[in-house]
Unconditional design. Structure first.
Length: 188
């Protein structure tokens, strides 16, 4: 009999295992770890309630193969083996020392980096990274890297050159609230 088919036959749990699974599930629900709670529930349904893995899959909204993998993981590694892992993701394009150097350059400002601008922008940092480290990145990747380096991305406020502050205040505090009142009266 194939190993996977053996697991499809079911799971036998002791009273102690059931109690530990229930306690872990309650803690996971309380902590908001829904996927872990779902996995624990599936093991309880298979082992305590003796349901087939196909029917448990329908209850917890996962495939029977997924339930089988969870049962196999539980048997091999216990309750901790059911804890969902974090996907590893892509390898970072800048290593820790390069990130540290980039953060230092950004903190000291663009003038000390030899640039004639007084503000760091995404395209400027992108060019700096490409020049210093030889890594090509998009502007959105640069923003993520800046966030990871503990720097916030600021965007300049765009103001019209012809904007009149008095007229803007009039619109914001009188005209706009009047429009909202009229709309709410029509909706009622």
């Amino acid at each position: 009999m194939k190993r996977r088919e053996k697991w499809r036959q079911g799971l036998t749990l002791t009273r102690g295992q059931i109690a530990r699974l229930r306690a872990r599930r309650l803690r996971a629900k309380r902590d908001g770890d829904h996927e872990y709670s779902r996995r624990l529930r599936a093991i309880l349904l298979v082992g305590r309630d003796r349901l087939t893995q196909e029917s448990v899959g329908m209850i917890v909204e996962r495939s029977a193969n997924c339930i089988t993998r969870w049962v196999m993981s539980f048997e091999a590694g216990g309750v901790e083996a059911l804890r969902p892992g974090k996907a590893p993701g892509a390898v970072p394009k800048l290593d820790d020392s390069e990130m540290k150097e980039l953060r230092t350059v950004i903190i000291h400002g663009p003038e000390q980096a030899g640039l004639d601008t007084g503000v760091w922008t995404g395209p400027v940092v992108k060019a700096l990274i490409q020049e210093r480290f030889g890594v090509k990145l998009s502007v959105s990747q640069v923003r993520r890297i800046l966030h990871k380096a503990g720097q916030s991305v600021k965007y300049p406020r765009r103001l019209s050159a012809a904007a009149n502050p008095d007229e803007q205040a009039e619109w914001l505090f009188r005209t706009y609230p009047d429009i909202k009142k009229k709309l709410s009266k029509k909706a009622a």
